[in-house]
Design a protein around this ligand. Structure first.
Ligand SMILES: Nc1ncnc2c1ncn2[C@@H]1O[C@H](COP(=O)(O)OP(=O)(O)OP(=O)(O)O)[C@@H](O)[C@H]1O
Length: 338
């Protein structure tokens, strides 16, 4: 569905060159759901705009839905849907009229457009809103209308640029349910950029990570986490000196792990390692036997943010995307010797 080789884009503004995207290589199979992650300015939108033929690349080539983006842009456009970051619907127009105009724009017959509009209104949960002006829709309803507009001509491939940004958690979850249902029903290939790491983790089969215009990772979320991040065990000690002693003992017992002090509490050690669930009991016994009582212990599965941190040394998570990690399990340890 998508094959890109060496795709690059430079912008020159007042003689200053920005390498927005450098040497991008992508292969996406029919039916895949791929999440494209990266911090602000990483080059995600520029990549999407090149793949959707909105922006000519500076160098490199790509075929999308079987056609070259440079020589077959009309064929590409007729086979894809692109939902950008802004709302695409006209504010004073009514929901169903917008869908009908979109069908006419793609050269569909009136009957086919009307049938498709009604199908999309039903499948995107817009029933009852057909005659409502776009201005009167909620944020989540507007985004669902945008998606419906992108799907009127039944594209094989749908590009979504941050579809859920600005929505409350419930509307985001609802939007994703609609996206997943569409995919299940029609087998649409979906390529989505998002700032929400949890969404990518939960819904995408494949995660591509961009940073500074380059692709730095491309795999399934579990594979990236296992290969790059590792589990994190946090253990709380009674004092700074006990934490130092525990850090030495841990580093000796598990030479391949990483031991850091928590940024929030220096008496807490954060130990990054593989197979945290089997290592945690061993570690507790070891510290106990050495006479270092552990006050608290917690095991956290890695997140995609840990993956980004491992790759770049920086966190991808910003405050607006922050959500508690529901998979962490906390275990109390009294520190009593056995
Ligand atoms: N039309 C343009 N002219 C000049 N520079 C641009 C243009 N479009 C993008 N850039 C620059 O290219 C780089 C990549 O931008 P891009 O919008 O692709 O990033 P992004 O990953 O989509 O970011 P965000 O998550 O904020 O949307 C940035 O440094 C941006 O300032």
């Amino acid at each position: 569905m998508i094959s890109a080789r060496g795709l690059s884009k430079e912008f020159t503004v007042k003689r200053k060159v920005t390498h927005a995207v450098t040497d991008l290589n992508i292969d996406v199979e029919r039916g895949e759901l791929v999440a494209f992650l990266g911090p602000n300015g990483a080059g995600k939108s520029t990549s999407l705009r090149m793949l959707t033929t909105l922006l000519p690349p500076t160098s490199g080539q790509a075929t999308v839905a079987g056609y070259d983006i440079a020589t077959g842009s009309a064929a590409v456009r007729s086979r894809i849907g692109y939902i950008g970051q802004g709302n695409s619907a006209g504010h004073n127009h009514r929901v169903r009229d917008e869908l009908l105009s979109q069908g006419a724009f793609y050269g569909m017959s009136r009957t086919a457009t009307a049938q498709r509009a009604d199908e999309l209104i039903e499948s995107l949960g817009l029933g009852g809103l057909e005659k409502r002006p776009v201005l009167g829709l909620s944020g989540g309803q507007k985004r669902r209308l945008d998606i419906a507009l992108g799907l009127v001509h039944s594209p094989e491939l749908l590009f979504l640029d941050e579809p859920s940004t600005g929505l409350d958690p419930q509307s985001r979850a609802n939007l994703w349910q609609h996206i997943l249902t569409l995919r299940r029903q029609h087998g649409t290939t979906i390529f989505v950029t998002t700032h929400y790491l949890e969404e990518a983790d939960q819904f995408a089969e494949r995660v591509m990570v961009m940073d500074s215009g380059r692709m730095i990772a491309d795999d399934t979320a579990p594979a990236l986490k296992t290969r790059l991040a590792g589990d994190v065990i946090s253990i709380g000690l009674g004092s700074m000196s006990e934490a130092s002693r525990a850090a030495e003992l841990v580093a000796t017992a598990l030479p391949s792990c990483r031991v850091n002090r928590s940024a929030h509490d220096e008496t807490v050690l954060e130990i990054t390692l593989e197979r945290g669930n089997t290592e945690l009991p061993r570690l507790l016994r070891h510290l106990d036997a050495a006479g270092v009582p552990v006050r608290t212990a917690a095991l956290r599965q890695p997140t995609l943010d840990d993956v980004f941190l491992a790759l770049t040394g920086r966190s991808l998570r910003d405050d607006s995307a922050a959500e508690p990690n529901s998979s962490s399990a906390e275990i109390e340890n009294t520190g009593v010797r056995s």
